[in-house]
Write a protein that binds this ligand. Sequence first.
Ligand code: IPD
Ligand code: CA
Ligand code: CA
Ligand code: CA
Length: 269
Amino acid sequence: THAPQSYNDDLRLAHVLADSVDSQTMSRFKALDLQVETKPDLTPVTDADKSAEDSIRSQLSRARPRDAVLGEEFGSSGHGSRRWIIDPIDGTKNFIRGVPVWATLIALVDEGRPVVGLVSAPALGKRWWAAQGTGAYTGKSLAAASRLRVSNVSELSDASLSYSSLSGWKERGNREQFISLTDKVWRARAYGDFWSYCLVAEGAVDIACEPELNLYDMAALVPIVVEAGGRFTSLEGADGPFGGNALATNGILHSEVLQTLNPDHDDLL
Ligand code: IPD
Ligand code: CA
Ligand code: CA
Ligand code: CA
């Protein structure tokens, strides 16, 4: 039998990448000359998003020349089973408006499985990370970290739910099911973006879900939630491939949330 594969060196590299990109993005946060453009999909992007992705990609091409890369702003390059997935700034709209809830997301996917995830939110002074099999952590650095553990809330009526926006549910055609879920829980708040999922890993929120997400919005979040003891699936309960939408919970509440969101399916786990 093989020893389980270690991704510790890749996790260390993710921290190094985040350290260098954090100082760049922070220098552009609230900058008076921030350049904002509108992409073909009508969403905004700034010079900070592009230079952050550019810098991560050029460091990766030196440190991991054989690995493939996928980033939100510059697409995909390379082939192979190992692929780095980058969202240079998750929460661009917050970044533009001066709200500190934005982060750089760095993930390593190996044969389709997200095995390393790091979320660095320098304006919040927070970082969260995980590597497969070694737990999820938060702290300033690898050396100054505390372990994350999801909550043990077991009743929807005691649960805290976080989401990003309401609009996608309408397009997906199950806004009513989402509203009925928000009626069943103790509280529903839009902490938004990466933050909802990091709060699930911390045990501060019990359910995070989103109807419209790309792979780069969630690849880094999967190991953080799973290594903290939670469950991460699609809104229909699939354990992968990831992309499209997302449901993360403390695990205990997962099947009840799936039933509420998919009332016509009686075979969900
Ligand atoms: C956005 C965030 C948001 C989600 C949007 C994404 P961006 O990412 O992840 O939570 O609702 O669909 O586009 O553009 O700020 O990286
Ligand atoms: Ca974007
Ligand atoms: Ca994003
Ligand atoms: Ca982004």
